[in-house]
Design a protein around this ligand. Structure first.
Ligand SMILES: C[S@@+](CC[C@H](N)C(=O)[O-])C[C@H]1O[C@@H](n2cnc3c(N)ncnc32)[C@H](O)[C@@H]1O
Length: 293
């Protein structure tokens, strides 16, 4: 484990389970490779593989990266069953060899590649889906890179471990009756990388009520903000960003009359294009970011 990493320990059962798992499933691995491994080899059970691919809605247009790819099962299944491309890295050369052999055996060697590489240096920007089964501390080390380097809309799926205060966009509990360690179930989490939308935005309000000034703050996919609508203070409700899709509701008071506008749109850099719904009428909406935090 890298220095200064752990914020939260992996459960004891994982530690207790790993030695038999390493010995039985990674038999050819040499001792030095095992010592280097920040996270031990424990394969994702097959029902969980299926659930991860399903939760991420992996399809033929996806490029899936598995950081710590083990025997390659996640990527091989993504290619075989869903037509995706994949790139897996593992620090253990025996596992990389095993994954390449399995890819050839399963007829997907032209779609998936495996490299012996430290996951901390792997370029991840090309992924549309990230698959992870790593210790919580490693996930938290990677989290800033996910937010900075992955494109908005990239799906991150993790087996067993979450990313603390980055609330998942979806979560499933999968029964695994014959799981060889821990409780007979696995947790699967999904996050959709949010576009970066914090800053000051401006646009003209529907109904010619004047300009809107909205200072947005962002905590992962959750937005808060202070709007001024036609010079009057308003209130933002239910602000969310999922990939490049943004939505929120603005409330204002127009001379004693409560106004409510529902906005939704697509973020592209410093522009949002979408629609606003006001008193049952939908109209085009375009906002510009005039200041970044
Ligand atoms: C819990 S296993 C998960 C294997 C596979 N992703 C799966 O779900 O079946 C974690 C894997 O990460 C690999 N690993 C640990 N530290 C690594 C590092 N620094 N760089 C690359 N791989 C690493 C281990 O060798 C192991 O195969």
């Amino acid at each position: 484990m890298r220095a200064g990493a752990p914020r939260r320990a992996a459960p004891g059962w994982l530690g207790a389970a790993v030695l038999p798992a390493i010995l039985s499933l990674s038999a050819p691995a040499d001792a030095s490779a095992l010592e280097q491994a920040a996270v031990p080899y424990v394969p994702t059970p097959w029902p969980v593989v299926d659930a991860m691919l399903e939760l991420a809605r992996v399809g033929p247009r996806d490029t899936v990266i598995d950081l710590g790819s083990g025997d390659g099962r996640l990527l091989i299944a993504a290619a075989r069953r869903h037509g995706a491309r994949g790139y897996g890295v593992d620090i253990d050369p025996a596992l990389v060899r095993a994954a390449r052999q399995a890819a050839r055996r399963e007829g997907v060697a032209d779609r998936v590649a495996f490299a012996e590489e430290d996951l901390f240096i792997t370029e991840i920007g090309q992924a549309s889906v990230m698959m992870l089964y790593l210790f919580p501390s490693v996930m938290m080390q990677l989290r800033p890179r996910f937010l900075a380097e992955l494109k908005p809309g990239t799906r991150i799926v993790s087996h067993e471990f979450d990313m603390e205060d980055w609330t998942p966009d979806a979560h499933r509990t999968i029964p695994v009756p014959d799981k060889p360690y821990g409780p007979p179930r696995s947790e699967v989490y999904l996050w959709v990388v949010p576009a970066s939308v914090a800053g000051d935005w401006r646009w003209r309000a529907a109904g010619a009520d004047g300009d809107v000034e909205l200072a947005l703050t962002q905590r992962f996919q959750v937005l808060a903000g202070s709007p001024r609508i036609g010079g009057r203070t308003g209130r933002l409700e239910d602000g969310r960003v999922r990939g490049d899709r943004i939505r929120f509701i603005l409330h204002s008071d127009a001379g004693g009359r409560a106004e409510r506008r529902e906005y939704e749109g697509r973020v592209s850099g410093d522009t949002i294009s979408g629609t606003v719904r006001h008193e049952g009428v939908e109209s085009a909406w375009q906002a510009m970011r005039v200041k970044k935090p």
